[in-house]
Design a protein around this ligand. Structure first.
Ligand SMILES: Cc1cc2nc3c(=O)[nH]c(=O)nc-3n(C[C@H](O)[C@H](O)[C@H](O)COP(=O)(O)OP(=O)(O)OC[C@H]3O[C@@H](n4cnc5c(N)ncnc54)[C@H](O)[C@@H]3O)c2cc1C
Length: 386
């Protein structure tokens, strides 16, 4: 077992760190304040391949494994959590098209998605179908060569500013087996977007509801067969959960670096506060937690890369632990700044606000525990989970 990164992995990480340093970090506070979605900068990242990290090179992607992609997302999130997390969702959408779409569909969509010409949104959640996503009601009725799409999706990241929607819709009976995944042109007639939601964090990306009113979608835009959409959506989320986790770790790393510098500069009682042992112990715990969070995500990513049958369980464990730890690390970093941590002149309060949603979306951390416990209670399963 070798825990060291390859030269390529180090190089990808460095390229992403440089991009984050130059394009993301200097602007993150302003984008947060202004609720600005920096589409131009996101498109620029396409030149480096960051919008098609695990898309097949046949369609202009980098074709990287999940582990290598995670290294890139961590560095991007070090610069801006909200923008990096959106980019991870775009990559998830491109992955679903590439993995399950016909060659014609891939040719039509992927080169434009990889270059950033078209951005993507993942449309699963509905007002009455959140954690219980398999109960979704958006309906796709087949009429000749088209589906006619009706329904409402909610909490859709990027919506209103994106061009390609992967929509999970009901083409059959109740439950997960009645769901299909469709690639929908976001500018189609019959699509309406709600207001940009006012959120606690993730302000540098829009979140909107989407209404579909008799939207015509070619049957050729279906991913895979009818009824396979829910399992595709869940497979997409395996990788998505690694990304949401590693974006949390990138932010925790940024918070830890800021706090480590601050405690050396800030003096109270005639001493840099770094001289107090309770501060030193807090920093030690924060570093330990950051490394533990990163490593469980690398483990989950390697399980996905190796098609391990238990990969979903590792992704759930990794998402839960890494997002809980990262939120705690950012919160501790804020505490080490005292009152200054609470001011928006410092990045800590933004890190805390941004990280809170990582415990909620792409499956809440309670649902992650449902996935893990359901599997571990199966006969003999525990011996495979190590
Ligand atoms: C900023 C933001 C961006 C998002 N982006 C997207 C996106 O791009 N695409 C998309 O499809 N969705 C997106 N979502 C939706 C997100 O995935 C859902 O909010 C999430 O899955 C939870 O669903 P819900 O909000 O309906 O909560 P609910 O499912 O109503 O859950 C409420 C509470 O009940 C708990 N709960 C529910 N069931 C159980 C259970 N069986 N056992 C224990 N506890 C349970 C939950 O953990 C939670 O604490 C986004 C959400 C946010 C906030």
């Amino acid at each position: 077992m070798d825990f060291s990164l390859t030269e390529d992995q180090i190089a990808f990480g460095q390229t992403a760190r440089q991009f984050a340093k130059k394009e993301l970090k200097p602007n993150a506070a302003e984008w947060d304040r202004e609720s600005h979605f920096p589409v131009d900068v996101i498109k620029k990242s396409g030149e480096l391949g960051f919008l098609g990290l695990y898309t097949n090179p046949e369609y202009d992607g980098l074709g990287l494994p999940r582990l290598d992609s995670a290294i890139v997302f961590e560095e991007l999130a070090w610069g801006d959590t909200s923008v990096a997390a959106y980019m991870s969702i775009h990559n998830m959408v491109a992955w679903m098209v590439g993995e399950y779409g016909s060659d014609a569909l891939c040719q039509q969509y992927l080169p434009n998605m990889v270059s950033g010409e078209w951005l993507g949104s993942y449309c699963l959640t509905e007002p009455n179908a959140g954690s219980d996503a398999a109960s979704l009601r958006t309906k796709a009725d087949k009429q000749g060569d088209y589906y006619v799409l009706n329904g409402e999706k909610t909490f859709i990241s990027g919506a209103g500013s994106t061009d390609v929607l992967v929509v999970m819709a009901r083409t059959g009976g109740a439950g997960p087996k009645g769901v299909s995944a469709l690639v929908v042109d976001a500018h189609s007639d019959g699509i309406e977007y709600g207001k940009n939601e006012q959120k606690m964090g993730w302000k540098a990306q829009p979140t909107r509801t989407i209404s579909f009113n008799n939207v015509k979608v070619p049957v050729a835009n279906r991913l895979g067969e009818e009824g396979q959409g829910f399992s595709m959506a869940m497979k997409g989320l395996d990788g998505g959960r690694i990304n949401i986790g590693i974006c949390a770790v990138g932010t925790a790393q940024a918070a830890l670096e800021t706090a480590t510098n601050y405690v050396k500069e800030r003096s109270q009682f005639g001493n840099p506060i770094a001289n107090f042992q309770s501060v030193q112990f807090k920093l030690a715990d924060m570093l330990t937690q950051t490394i533990a969070a990163r490593q469980i995500l690398y483990l989950a990513a390697s399980k996905v890369d190796n098609n391990d049958p238990q990969a979903s369980v590792y992704c759930a464990m990794a998402k839960r632990l890494s997002t809980d730890l990262s939120f705690d690390i950012a919160n501790q970093a804020l505490q080490l700044h005292g009152g200054y941590g609470y001011l928006n002149e410092y990045p800590l309060e933004r890190h805390v606000r941004d990280l809170r949603v990582h415990q909620i979306l792409e499956g809440t951390n309670e649902i992650m525990r449902v996935i893990v416990s359901r599997q571990m209670l199966q006969d003999e399963a525990l011996s495979q989970l190590r």
